[in-house]
Design a binder for this molecule. Structure first.
Ligand code: PLP
Length: 373
C-alpha cells in the first residue's frame, strides 16, 4: 500500500522553530501556567491579523464560547449562525442556553447569504449576536454582512477557525466583527496540536476573557470568585508550537494555493465539476480545496475511489439544520447549503504533498470520468 495522503495534517517547520520555543519553555520550566510564549504568541498573532489584542485559549470552540459571553449572549437570546459549518460554531450557543437560528449559504461565497441574513433580521429583530464563518478559507461577503449588523446594532462574531491567512479586501478575516476567533486544531492551516485565539480591538474585553478563562479568580490572596469561571487558557508549551508555526503561515498559504491551482487546472474542465468560488475581494488561504459535482460521478464515488488508494477526502460540512441535534431550531433560506453538502467534496490539501502525490489524486479522479463518459 502506498503512503497515505491526508486531507490536512500537522506540518511543522523545516527550520525547527517550534522546538526552539518549546525547548525554551522547558529550559525555563515555564511549562505551565502561562509564561512568555503565551504572551508573545498573543502579540504576534494580533499583529499578524491586525487586531489590537488577543487571548490565547485551549480551543477555537472555547474562543467562540467566550466571545458569546463577551457579547452578552445569555439564556433565551437568539444568535444567527451559518448552517453550513462545523458543529463547533453552533455548540457554544447551546452552552450559553441561547437559541441558534441557522442561515443559508449563497453560491457566490458558500458562506452566510446576506439576503437570508436580512430576512432573518426581519423575522427576529430581537437577535442578540451574529456569527459568520469563513468556510475552507473563503471569506464571506463582509461588506454586506457588516452593514446589516451595524444597521441592526447587533454584535458580529467571526469564526475564522478555517481562515487564518485569508484577507477580504486587504483586511484580515476575523477583524471585521467585534470578536474574531481562530483555531489551531490538528488539521487547521497551522496547528499547536490543539488551541484557539480570540481577537478583539477592545483590550478591556480581552482582559475579561483572560479572566474568565482562568477560573475568574478575583484579585485577592485567597481564592475568591464573583463570576462563573472556565479552564480555557492555552499552555505555555502549546503556545511555543504556535509561535513557530506562525512563522511559516505565509509559506503554508502559498502551498495551499498551489494545490488549489493544480487541481483546478487539472480537474476544473471535467464535465460537471465546479471548484469553490473565487471573488475579486477575496485572498483565500485555500485551507481545503473543494469542488462540487453535478454529473454522473457523485462525491461518494470520488471519496471511495480515493480511499481505495489510501487517500483521504471528505464531504462538505453537513448543514446544522439537517443535524438530529439541531433540527428543532429555525432555519432561514432555501436549499443552497443542502445542495453544497449533497454535491461537494473536499480534496486532500495537505501542505506536505509532493507533485507526485497531486498527480496521483488527479489521475484517479480523471480516470473516473473516462469510465463514466
Ligand atoms: C475547527 C473549527 C472550529 C473549532 O476549533 P477547535 O479549535 O477545534 O475547537 C470552529 N469552527 C470551525 C468552522 C472550525 O473549522
Amino acid at each position: 500500500m502506498k503512503d497515505r495522503i491526508f486531507l490536512s495534517s500537522p506540518h511543522m517547520s523545516d527550520e525547527g522553530y517550534e522546538m526552539h520555543y518549546v525547548k525554551e519553555a522547558f529550559d525555563t520550566n515555564w511549562i505551565a501556567p502561562l509564561g512568555e510564549n503565551v504572551n508573545e504568541f498573543e502579540k504576534e498573532l494580533a499583529s499578524k491579523v491586525g487586531s489590537k489584542d488577543a487571548a490565547a485559549l485551549n480551543s477555537g470552540t472555547g474562543a467562540i464560547h467566550l466571545a458569546l459571553r463577551a457579547a452578552g449572549v445569555g439564556e433565551g437570546d437568539i444568535v444567527f449562525c451559518p448552517t453550513l459549518t462545523f458543529s463547533a460554531t453552533a455548540n457554544p450557543i447551546i452552552y450559553q442556553n441561547a437559541i441558534p437560528v441557522f442561515i443559508d449559504s449563497d453560491y457566490e461565497t458558500w458562506n452566510m447569504c446576506p439576503k437570508a441574513l436580512e430576512e432573518a433580521f426581519t423575522k427576529y429583530p430581537e437577535v442578540k449576536a451574529v456569527i459568520v464563518v469563513h468556510l475552507y478559507g473563503l471569506s464571506a461577503d463582509m461588506d454586506r454582512i457588516v452593514e446589516l449588523c451595524k444597521k441592526h446594532n447587533v454584535v458580529l462574531i467571526e469564526d475564522a477557525a478555517e481562515s487564518l491567512g485569508t484577507y477580504y479586501k486587504g483586511k484580515h478575516t476575523g477583524t471585521f466583527g467585534q470578536y474574531g476567533i481562530f483555531s489551531f486544531n490538528g488539521n487547521k492551516i497551522i496547528t499547536t496540536s490543539g488551541g484557539g485565539m480570540l481577537v478583539s480591538n477592545s483590550e478591556e474585553r480581552i482582559a475579561k476573557v483572560r479572566f474568565w478563562a482562568t477560573q475568574s479568580r478575583d484579585q485577592a490572596r485567597h481564592y475568591q470568585h464573583s463570576e462563573l469561571g472556565f479552564n480555557y487558557r492555552m499552555s505555555n508549551v502549546v503556545a511555543g508550537i504556535g509561535r513557530g508555526q506562525l512563522k511559516v503561515l505565509d509559506q503554508r498559504v502559498e502551498k495551499k494555493k498551489y494545490i488549489y491551482e493544480f487541481y483546478n487546472k487539472q480537474l476544473g474542465g471535467l464535465k460537471g465539476v465546479e471548484f469553490m468560488p473565487s471573488n475579486e475581494w477575496d485572498e483565500p488561504n485555500y485551507w481545503l480545496s473543494s469542488m462540487t459535482l453535478s454529473g454522473k460521478v457523485r462525491p461518494i464515488d470520488v471519496m471511495e475511489a480515493l480511499e481505495a488508494e489510501n487517500i483521504e477526502s471528505r464531504p462538505v460540512w453537513k448543514p446544522m439544520h439537517m443535524q438530529p441535534f439541531f433540527e428543532k431550531y429555525d432555519f432561514v433560506g432555501t436549499d443552497v447549503s443542502e445542495k453544497l453538502f449533497e454535491n461537494g467534496v473536499c480534496l486532500p490539501s495537505d501542505t506536505k504533498m509532493t507533485d507526485e502525490d497531486l498527480e496521483r489524486v488527479v489521475r484517479i479522479i480523471k480516470g473516473m470520468w473516462r469510465v463514466e463518459c
